[in-house]
Design a protein around this ligand. Structure first.
Ligand SMILES: *Cc1c(COP(=O)(O)O)cnc(C)c1O
Length: 468
């Protein structure tokens, strides 16, 4: 049986996994969600205790691909994807103190958790395009880590061209270099004069321009792409399988676009026993404010030491809103219209559900610095600033069964911030040191849709007709 996906705004055709993978955003501007939630039974979940990360990934992801991708194909792609990680455990756990364990999601090629999903996504996309003898152009916005992960994952793709927009001057040197040093001609890093939200708006506008979208075979790899979310569900099950918990665990998750925390929500929906899902924000606290007040209201973005969370419009929140409103597409549509028109919307009937599904904590820059210092002094462990937000949140929200803190980046990705806080500069792992001296390739463009579209048209093989 093949699972279908529907749009959160109710105005697009239901599609299978492969089409959802290629489409990214739905044509009505909504996000795809499964028509029904598959459920993993307790026996399957219990079997994870002795299974590898890849085997767990296959069991968790296959119900979402349905028959369109066989278990064997999925296993081959997952095996290749996770072989790019520097440890066979893929996402190892580090116990810091009783009741608090860190899940290190940064052992992939770009030292950020985005690799977990992106490495698999690249293989899934190439597989589907090969099958259909087609090409695709990926245009994505990045607040820092998605871009590097996407460029790294697709740099040798014969069928995909990648254009990544990033806010000029607002990503770390290491993050920028991960995007600008690959030499392959199918990947392009573009500095936009604006914020991450501006970059994301440009991408959304390109998706909403249907003629353009068709001409370049536009596809998305931002966390609006369902395949990204589903690939992230694996490590919630993996982490729980490695901890012999008497009562359900809680998870503290550094959140920007609501992708990673939504993957935790999915894990819970499909059967993982979870106590609390803790949303951890930095000073850009739109989500904690929404949980506390029932109003989702945009403020200006402030720059923090955790730039990947310097976001005010959390795209994946729309998926949650759809669920929390009892799958009311009319409600989602009017909430999103109000957000565009007035910068806010009322959660209305979805608010009590939000409060029961999530706890939420906003960590100040001071909290983050103190937490990094103290964790280093007391436990000899250096948190990156994103992980530190979740660490602060985990310590603030007491839980009975213990909390897993998702660590989304290696501290060496943010060396200036860590050095300012601890006095010591974290070194890049030796195998990545070379990127700091490689020549860079950057295009700088204004925050103007037509200019960015022209650039994409000129570069992508799907529109220029150059053979792969
Ligand atoms: C992307 C990112 C986040 C936020 O993840 P979302 O899925 O957008 O919520 C947190 N930390 C780091 C290091 C990231 O790269």
């Amino acid at each position: 049986m093949t699972l279908k996906y529907i749009s959160t705004r109710g105005g697009a055709d239901a599609l299978g996994f492969e089409d959802v993978l290629l489409a990214g955003l739905a044509r009505d501007g909504g996000l795809y969600v499964p028509e029904t939630w598959p459920v993993l039974n307790a026996g399957t979940i219990a079997s994870f205790a002795t299974k590898s990360f890849v085997e767990i990934a296959v069991d968790v992801i296959h119900p979402f691909t349905g028959d369109e991708i066989s278990r064997d194909e999925l296993r081959r792609m997952a095996t290749e994807a996770y072989a790019t990680f520097d440890t066979p455990e893929v996402t190892p756990l580090v116990r810091i103190k009783p009741g608090l364990t860190i899940l290190e999601l940064f052992h992939g090629p770009t030292l950020a958790f985005k690799d977990v999903a992106m490495q698999l996504l690249a293989r899934l996309l190439d597989h589907v395009l090969e099958k259909r003898n087609a090409r695709a152009t990926i245009v994505g916005a990045t607040s820092g880590d998605t871009g590097g992960a996407a460029i790294e994952a697709f740099r040798s793709s014969k069928r995909v061209d990648v254009v990544i927009l990033f806010p000029d001057g607002r990503v770390s040197d290491v993050q920028r270099r991960m995007m600008t040093t690959p030499k392959e001609q199918n990947v392009h890093a573009v500095a936009i004069g604006g914020t991450f939200d501006d970059c994301q708006s440009l991408v959304k506008a390109m998706f909403n321009d249907h003629a353009f979208r068709d001409r370049v075979e536009l596809s998305g790899v931002n966390s609006i792409n369902w395949a990204r979310i589903v690939a992230q569900v694996t490590y919630y099950f993996w982490a729980a399988s490695r901890i012999d918990a008497k009562t359900p665990l809680s998870f503290a998750v550094p959140t920007g676009n609501f992708g990673d925390i939504f993957a935790g929500y999915v894990a819970k929906r499909i059967g993982l026993p979870v106590d609390k899902l803790i949303i951890a924000s930095n000073e850009n606290d739109i989500l904690p404010r929404a949980v506390a007040t029932g109003v989702y209201a945009i403020k200006d973005v402030v720059a923090t030491t955790s730039p990947s969370m310097d976001i005010q419009i959390s795209s994946n929140f729309e998926r949650y809103l759809f669920e929390a409103s009892g799958r009311d597409a009319d409600f989602v549509r009017s909430a999103m219209a109000s957000l565009i028109a007035t910068g806010r919307f009322d959660l209305g009937p979805a608010w009590p559900q939000l409060q029961s599904d999530f706890a939420a904590v906003s960590a100040s820059e001071d909290d983050v610095a103190k937490s990094i210092k103290r964790t280093k002094a007391e436990h000899g462990y250096v948190l990156d600033p994103h992980t530190a937000c979740a660490f602060v949140a985990a310590e603030r929200e007491a839980t009975a069964g213990g909390t897993i803190v998702l660590s989304t980046a290696h501290p060496a990705k943010f060396p200036d911030a860590i050095e300012a806080i601890t006095g010591a500069r974290p070194a890049l792992p030796a195998h990545l040191a070379y990127i700091m001296t490689e020549p860079e390739r950057i295009e700088t463009l204004p925050n103007m849709l037509s200019v960015v579209q022209d650039f994409v048209l000129k570069k992508c093989r799907a529109a220029t007709g150059t053979s792969p």
